[in-house]
Design a protein around this ligand. Sequence first.
Ligand code: GTR
Length: 381
Amino acid sequence: MEEIKIMINIPENKRNVPSLLTCIDGTEVKTAQDWINKRRPEILEMLRREEYGRLPDMSDVEIKIQVTAVRQGPKIMNGRAVRKTVEVEAVRKERHFIFTFDVFIPADAKEPVPAFVEICNRGPMNCDPARENLSSFYPAETIISRGYACAAFRTHEVAPDYEEGFKTGFHRLFPDYVDNRPDDAWGTITVWAWAASRVMDYFEMEPMIDAAKVAVVGHSRGGKTALWCGAQDERFAMAISSCSGNSGDAISRGKTGESIAQILDRFPFWFAKNYQKYANNEEAMPFDQHFLIALMAPRLVYTSTKTNDSWADPVSEFESLVQADPVYQLFGLEGLEQREFSLPEQPLHNGHIGHHHKTGEHNMDDYDWDQYMDYADRHMK
Ligand code: GTR
């Protein structure tokens, strides 16, 4: 068989990040098949073991997903959407854990529609299923008006966002891990990502949603989660990160603003214990955050950042996209359309790696959502 040679245009490696295309055994990735069969699985394993942590054996966990309420009429977005309330119940050895989320589906949809899953790390004011509190963090009315379905779950309901010894929420299913926690056991980000995948399970059962066209979206800690969810769950067509910064979309080596030591000081429970090895020791990491971005290939990945978010560090956020681009080239796809740092209000929407940089503070707002949907209209719809 004739070998197809792909010329990969490797970006300049100013931060000395590990190569995506060199396997642990030193062999080079030359084709998309090498990536899929060898390099991708080893990178996924590396990020599980060293950074975010792996889920416990879930084979004895029974998961039940059911719609508990369906509402339609003038009180639900003036009749423009159907709202379904969905309950996810996980049972293990007579221990139960439940979280719920609400889905909005355009009432006038004639065929299955694409959808967004929002990982809501803020309070109910920002993702109110009753829609009494409207927030640009989750502009569900706009999403519906543009022909998408959407669902948001509250991270706090899935696993607490504070140090509590891995005892409540999802963690309560696994008391065996409380006093005996392996260094590669899951951190909270992994559990939130697991929950987003359960929303996808439901989408696969919902006849009015096109499960092949779903994006998972999150801001900041939610953005780190969205990228980690998309990396692991290949059913998602796209992952979208807003201002996810350290341990999200930003390269750690040479990063300004938040460092690994600082994130672990405040939020150690987000990660596997193994990640502690790299506090003030970034050079020792066999990976960097471009590995996380590249796990989305050949699917779509989109990141956004704000000019004043120095804690997240827009330059390092952009650098991970530049460094991930060669993996898209392996697939013969356009990844990132330019390597020069992006200018504010000039979205990069041409490639499979999308990005925008906006004037403003650490937040996810209407402008961001408009860009996400413009990009999805173009590449996912
Ligand atoms: C910060 C944290 C960031 C980011 C942010 C957020 O305090 O240091 O990594 O996750 O919280 O979620 O808004």
